[in-house]
Ligand binder design. Structure first.
Ligand SMILES: [Mg+2]
Length: 106
């Protein structure tokens, strides 16, 4: 799957899901924060399991899905602002490598 495929599917599903509403960036931010919170909750449960605490679990299937939700939400924000996610990801990855003197580049 490519970023372009995700963007196309997000654009199509947005029309279906929003039902004509114009969603503000604040809504997109809440979506992203919600999904990040869900991912963190799954991380908490993994840590509980690692520490032998009650309420822990070692199954990462929910975490996998929450990470996917985060990427979907990030793309929705980028879609609304007409940001080329692949281009900016490459730029920022390389900028960080340069900043810290690391050789890995995208
Ligand atoms: Mg979720």
């Amino acid at each position: 799957m490519t970023f372009e495929e995700l963007r196309k599917a997000n654009a199509e599903r947005h029309v279906e899901w929003a039902r004509g509403n114009v969603l503000p960036l604040s809504f997109r931010g809440l979506e992203l924060a919600g999904e990040a919170g869900e991912a963190c909750n799954e991380l908490k449960k993994l840590e509980r399991a690692r520490l032998g605490m009650a309420g822990g679990k070692e199954d990462i299937s929910n975490l996998r899905e929450e990470l996917a939700d985060i990427l979907i939400c990030v793309d929705l924000i980028a879609m609304d602002l007409d940001i080329d996610l692949a281009e900016v990801l490459r730029h920022k990855f390389n900028k960080t490598s340069e900043k810290y003197g690391l050789s890995t580049r995208l």
